[in-house]
Design a protein around this ligand. Structure first.
Ligand code: C2E
Ligand code: CA
Ligand code: CA
Ligand code: CA
Length: 279
C-alpha cells in the first residue's frame, strides 16, 4: 500500500472501526440515560470514629438501567470519562448532591454541620467548568461552602503539578474543602503533598483490611502524614468491629464502611437524620 498523504486512511483497520462505533454507542446510551433521568445518587454515611455520630455523606452515583437494573459506577464512569459525557454527568452530580444537602439542612435544623462529599473525575478536575459549576450551585442553594467536600484521587494530583495547585487554590478560595481519595495507592510523598492545599486524607480501603499486621503499619504511616500536614483523616471500607477499633485507636478522625451503613437512597438517609447516632 502507498503511504502518507491522502492515502493515509487507505489501510482500513476493522478493529478500530468497531472500537469507534462501540464508543459512539456507549456515549449515546449514557446521553439518553442522562436525558431520561436514569442516574440516581446514593449516599453513604461518614461517621465520627469515636462517637459513631453521622458527620456527613458521600454521594455515589448509580445508573438505574431499564434492562440491566442498578448499574454501579465502576462500569460506566470510565466510559463517561472516555467519551466526555462525564462533563454533563459530573455537572448533574454536583447539582443534585448540593441540592440534596440543602434540603437536609432545611428539613433537619440540627444537621447544619452535615457535609456532602462529591467525587470529581480527572476530566472534570482538569476542565475549566468545575469552579463555575460549584459557585453557581452554592449561590442557588445558599449552602455553606465549608459543607462541601470535593474528593479527588491521589493519582489525579500527580497529573500536572502546577495546574493542580492552581485548581486547588481556586477551590480553596471558594471555601469548599478538598479530600484526597484512595490515598496510599499513588505513592505521593510528604514533600509532594505539602505543595497542595488540601484538607482531608481518605486512606484507601486496602489499608484498612487488617488481614495482616502490615496493614496497620501502613495505615499508621498515612495517619502520620495526615497529622504532619494537619489534615483530617478518614478511613474507608470499615466492615468489622475490629477494623473500626483498630482505625479508631490509631487515631483516625472519621470512618466509612458497611459496618456503619451501606450507600442508600436519599429517603433512607432521611431516617438517619432523625437520629444521627443510629448510623
Ligand atoms: P470511591 O470514591 O473510593 O467510593 C467508595 C466505594 O467503596 C463505593 O463503591 C462504596 O460503595 C464502596 N464501599 C463503601 N464502604 C465499603 C465497605 O465497607 N466495603 C467495601 N468492599 N466497599 C465499600 P461504588 O459506589 O461502587 O463506587 C466505586 C467508585 O466509583 C468510587 O470509589 C468512585 O471512584 C467512583 N464514583 C462513584 N460515584 C461517583 C461520582 O458521582 N462521580 C465520579 N467521578 N466517580 C464516582
Ligand atoms: Ca470517593
Ligand atoms: Ca476511595
Ligand atoms: Ca476507589
Amino acid at each position: 500500500a502507498k503511504r502518507g498523504g491522502r492515502d493515509r486512511f487507505a489501510v482500513f483497520d476493522p478493529a478500530m472501526y468497531t472500537d469507534l462505533t462501540r464508543e459512539a454507542q456507549q456515549r449515546a446510551d449514557l446521553e439518553r440515560a442522562l436525558e431520561d433521568d436514569q442516574f440516581v445518587l446514593y449516599f453513604q454515611p461518614i461517621v465520627d470514629l469515636t462517637t459513631r455520630r453521622l458527620v456527613g455523606v458521600e454521594a455515589l452515583v448509580r445508573w438505574r438501567h431499564p434492562v440491566e437494573g442498578l448499574v454501579g459506577p465502576d462500569t460506566f464512569i470510565p466510559i463517561a470519562e472516555a467519551t466526555g459525557l462525564i462533563v454533563p454527568l459530573g455537572r448533574w452530580i454536583i447539582r443534585q448532591a448540593v441540592r440534596q444537602l440543602a434540603q437536609w439542612h432545611r428539613d433537619n435544623p440540627d444537621t447544619g454541620h452535615l457535609r456532602m462529599s462529591i467525587n470529581v473525575s480527572g476530566r472534570q478536575f482538569q476542565g475549566s467548568g468545575l469552579v463555575e459549576e460549584v459557585t453557581s450551585v452554592l449561590a442557588e442553594t445558599g449552602v455553606d461552602p465549608k459543607a462541601i467536600v470535593l474528593e479527588i484521587t491521589e493519582s489525579m494530583l500527580m497529573q500536572d503539578v502546577d495546574a493542580t495547585a492552581l485548581m486547588l487554590q481556586a477551590l480553596r478560595d471558594l471555601g469548599v474543602r478538598v479530600a484526597v481519595d484512595d490515598f496510599g495507592t499513588g505513592y505521593s510523598s510528604l514533600s509532594y503533598l505539602k505543595r497542595f492545599p488540601v484538607d482531608i486524607l481518605k486512606v484507601d480501603r486496602s489499608f484498612v483490611g487488617g488481614h495482616n499486621a502490615g496493614d496497620t503499619t501502613l495505615a499508621d504511616a498515612v495517619l502520620g502524614l495526615g497529622r504532619a500536614l494537619q489534615l483530617q483523616t478518614v478511613a474507608e471500607g470499615i466492615e468489622t468491629d475490629t477494623q473500626w477499633s483498630t482505625m479508631r485507636d490509631l487515631g483516625y478522625d472519621y470512618g466509612q464502611g458497611y459496618l456503619f451503613a451501606r450507600p442508600a437512597a436519599a429517603v433512607q438517609i432521611d431516617q438517619l437524620m432523625a437520629d444521627p447516632t443510629k448510623a
